[in-house]
Structure formats: structure tokens, C-alpha cells
Design a protein around this ligand. Structure first.
Ligand SMILES: Cc1ncc(COP(=O)(O)O)c(C=O)c1O
Length: 452
């Protein structure tokens, strides 16, 4: 979050704007489209339009509802009938099943495509599942692809997905092509590096630079986006804006009809000054403009290059943190292969304690609870997190309970990271002593499955 984006959000709230329709929200609706069009242009979509909304989950809902209407136009008036499924990658966000349920499709009709050891949909598995759906007489409305996740940065190669899907469609002579959505609510900021953006970061020219290699790999994965239908953006995640600030961005404006009630069709008249009525296609009627103004200010203030430089510096932050982990040799990084800037690491507990437990899970959770209690008493302590069931190198057979540090500040130095790691290491010793003396309370927190 940066002061200008917070100021913009507050200003929009102060004017109490409702972006329901132009008559109430005025040019906030135009600004909303300018943001969507700008984001679309970064991936080469010249006619992109979109919807500002409250969160990444809503961007996925818009994508799936658009896909259902595109496949089954009658469903807009008559409801969903028949055998329809959506696919999502195993490594993608957990909310897709819930969305399928909320949209009347049913969570059982969200099929997860198994991932390979790079955390991507396995192309063979994707093909097999498409064949299975087809053989069972089911239609595949959408394929929800991962475009970067908080842990392991699971991210499809958009070119591969497109090739596999196109090949299947033409072989089976399907009358439709599954809708392709990229859930890039985390990864969208890397779109700034497409179309020559990467070359404008001088430090990436350094041969062998690990950050440059990761950025190049991410850009390659996004290079098939021309064939996708929509993507999601969270400015409140990697766009320096306060909550709530997300965008569903579509190649074109077909979503306006697809998200409607099936009785109204948009025409040029709807785009004449003062005419746009967003409520015809949005899930919400009352829509504040704080996200719209704040994201617009982020684009104006930092620009494509500024946001690219920001994510580049966060990636460099990962390098500094990993170097500190290696220097101190107290913890072990587990996610060398991730393309993201997050660092997942193992904390080895004293052997007399770990030999008492079957897995390190119990100790890790108790330690996390110990640290949270410390923070809750007002001690200034680094904010780090726990990752239960962490799959090392995306291997389902190699699972542990790990910890997570994600650089969010671009200016942290070696000394800063040394301090962070020392604080955690010192508390580990305090924790171990108390654990031996049985002064640690039972784990009372409910630890959720890993947030992707
Ligand atoms: C990859 C991904 N998709 C979707 C979501 C859901 O976004 P939100 O929490 O903004 O609704 C998240 C949240 O972390 C996410 O990481």
C-alpha cells in the first residue's frame, strides 16, 4: 500500500460514489474501463473491458458465469441443465469448488486437473480429463488456469494449455471451445514485463542473474495469453492498493451480455455518454468507487515500469532473504524452484524434542502459536507464517509443515533480514526450553489447509 492509493480510496469514499450506473457514479465507470483496458493492453488485448470488484474470488465467479453463458446461452433465462463441468488446476485456489456451488453448477462438477512437479496442470492429465468428460457426454465450460499462487507460484504455461485444448477441440470436432481464464490475481503484476518490459529493467541484463531467469520464465508462461478469454487482477495483493480492489478483465465486451439476465443485449447506445448501466452485468448493485480510483492512481503514479520495478525489487528481496538463511545456517529453504518471491523454509527443532513426535507438525504448530501469542502481547516480532502440508517440490509424497516469509518491503537490507531470522531463532530456543519444561499449552489454533 502506498499513500497516493490510500488517499485516492479515501477520496472516493468521502464523495460517497456509487458506481452502479453512470447517472450515479459518473466517470468512475469510465475510469473503471480505462483501468481494465490498460491491463488488457499489457497482454496485447486491444479491446479489453472489465469489472472492478471486491476480490479475487469474485473475478473467478465472473469468469465461470461468463463461460457458462457462452456455452449455454439459454441458461441465462432457464437455469443450468445438463452435464457441464469446469476444470481447475490442482495447484489453483481452493475457492473454485465453492464458486461452482454458488453458481448452481455444483462443487462436484469442478474437476481438478492433477499437477506435475512444476506445480502446473499436467498436459497429459488435462487431455485425459477432457476425453473423460467428452466420453461421459459432459461439456467443459471453462478451464481455470493458475497464474501464480502465494505459495510455490503455481503458474500454467498458457501456450501449452492453449495447444492442448485446441488440439482436443479440433480432433473431436467440438462445436465449442472451453473458456480459458487465468487466475492471475497474484501474477498479473508480471504482465508489466511482457512486450519488452523485461528488457527495460537494466539489472536483468546481468548474465546468470537468478531474478532475471525467473522473470523470463514467468513471461514465457504468459506468452499464450492472446488465446485466453479473461484474467483476474488483485490490486490489493501486488498493486500497492488498499482493500478491496480486484478486476475481472476480459478480451472483449461479450461478458456484458453473458453476465446479464438473458433479456437485455448491449448495443452502441449503452456506451454513449451518461448511458452505461453496470448493474446489468455486475453481481453487486451498490459498488463504491474506492477501488476504481485507487487502482487508477496506482497506474498513473507508478505506471507499467514502476510496477515492474516494484516486483523486480521484491524478487531481489527474496535473494537477500535466502542469502541470509544460508549465511546463518539455522533454517533451510525448501522452495528453491518457486518463480515467486516468497520463501518457504524449514525450522529444525532440537532432536530431543523432535524424537518425541511422530512428525514435525506438532512442534511447528506449537511454535507458531507461541510466536502469535508473543505478537498478541504487543512484542515487535517479525510476521511470518506456517504452511501445513507443504509439498516440497510439488511432490505429494514429500510433505512437511514449513514456514513462510514473503518480502513485502522493497528496501530490506542484509542486516534487516539477519535481524528477522535471529528473532525467530531466538524464540525457537525459548520455545524449546518451555516445551521441555511442559510450559507450552496445547495447540488450540485451528490451522487451515495451505492458502494457495
Ligand atoms: C491465486 C488466488 N486466487 C484467488 C484468490 C482469492 O482472492 P480474494 O481473497 O481476493 O477473494 C486468492 C487469494 O489469495 C489467490 O491467491
Amino acid at each position: 500500500m502506498r499513500p497516493p492509493t490510500v488517499a485516492a480510496a479515501n477520496l472516493a469514499n468521502a464523495y460517497n460514489i456509487n458506481s452502479l450506473m453512470e447517472a450515479f457514479g459518473g466517470e468512475s465507470l469510465l475510469v473503471e474501463q480505462k483501468v481494465a483496458r490498460t491491463l488488457g493492453k499489457w497482454v496485447g488485448w486491444d479491446q479489453a473491458m472489465g469489472i472492478a470488484c471486491n476480490g479475487g474470488k469474485i473475478t473467478l465467479m465472473y469468469a465461470i458465469r461468463s463461460a457458462l453463458s457462452r456455452l449455454l446461452p439459454d441458461s441465462q433465462c432457464q437455469g443450468l441443465t445438463g452435464e457441464t463441468v469446469v476444470f481447475s488446476s490442482e495447484g489453483g485456489h481452493y475457492c473454485v469448488e465453492h464458486i461452482a456451488s454458488q453458481l448452481g453448477l455444483g462443487s462436484d462438477n469442478c474437476w481438478r486437473v492433477p499437477s506435475n512437479n512444476a506445480g502446473q496442470m499436467c498436459p497429459k492429465a488435462l487431455l485425459l480429463l477432457m476425453e473423460r468428460a467428452h466420453a461421459q457426454g459432459k461439456k467443459i465450460a471453462a478451464i481455470i488456469c493458475a497464474g501464480g499462487t502465494t505459495i510455490n507460484f503455481n503458474c500454467e504455461d498458457t501456450r501449452v494449455i492453449h495447444e492442448v485444448v485446441e488440439g482436443f477441440v479440433s480432433r473431436e470436432a467440438l462445436s465449442y471451445r472451453p473458456y480459458l481464464h487465468l487466475d492471475s490475481v497474484i501474477g498479473w503484476v508480471y504482465f508489466t514485463l511482457l512486450q519488452g518490459g523485461l528488457k527495460r529493467l537494466p539489472a536483468t541484463q546481468l548474465p546468470g542473474n537468478a531474478v532475471a531467469q525467473r522473470l523470463e520464465a514467468i513471461c514465457e508462461r504468459f506468452s499464450g495469453l492472446a488465446h485466453f478469454d479473461s484474467f483476474g487482477v488483485d490490486f490489493h495483493k501486488t498493486g500497492l492498493c488498499p482493500y478491496n480492489n480486484s478486476y475481472f478483465v476480459s478480451q472483449d465486451r461479450r461478458f456484458m451480455d453473458e453476465l446479464g439476465d438473458g433479456k437485455y443485449r448491449f448495443s452502441e447506445r449503452d456506451f454513449e455518454p451518461g448511458q452505461l448501466r453496470a448493474y446489468r452485468y455486475t453481481f453487486e448493485n451498490s459498488r463504491g468507487a474506492s477501488g476504481i480510483l485507487s487502482s487508477w492512481v496506482a497506474l498513473k503514479k507508478f505506471g507499467k515500469q514502476g510496477l515492474g520495478a516494484y516486483i523486480f525489487r521484491l524478487q531481489q528481496g527474496r535473494e537477500t532473504l535466502v542469502a541470509a538463511i544460508k549465511r546463518q545456517a539455522l533454517f533451510t529453504q525448501l522452495n528453491e524452484k518457486t518463480l515467486g518471491h516468497e520463501v518457504v523454509f524449514l525450522i529444525p527443532f532440537a532432536s530431543d524434542l523432535s524424537s518425541r513426535c511422530v512428525t514435525n507438525d506438532e512442534l511447528a504448530k506449537a511454535f507458531m502459536q507461541h510466536c502469535w501469542q508473543l505478537t498478541n502481547t504487543g512484542v515487535q516480532f517479525p510476521l511470518f507464517s506456517i504452511v501445513p502440508n507443504y509439498r516440497i517440490n510439488n511432490d505429494p509424497a514429500d510433505v512437511t509443515t514449513a514456514f513462510l516469509l514473503t518480502p513485502c518491503h522493497t528496501e530490506l537490507t542484509n542486516d534487516d533480514w539477519d535481524w528477522v531470522l535471529r528473532q525467530i531463532a531466538e524464540q525457537k530456543v525459548v520455545f524449546e526450553t518451555r516445551y521441555r519444561q511442559r510450559q507450552i499449552s496445547q495447540v488450540s489454533e485451528h490451522f487451515e489447509r495451505p492458502i494457495k
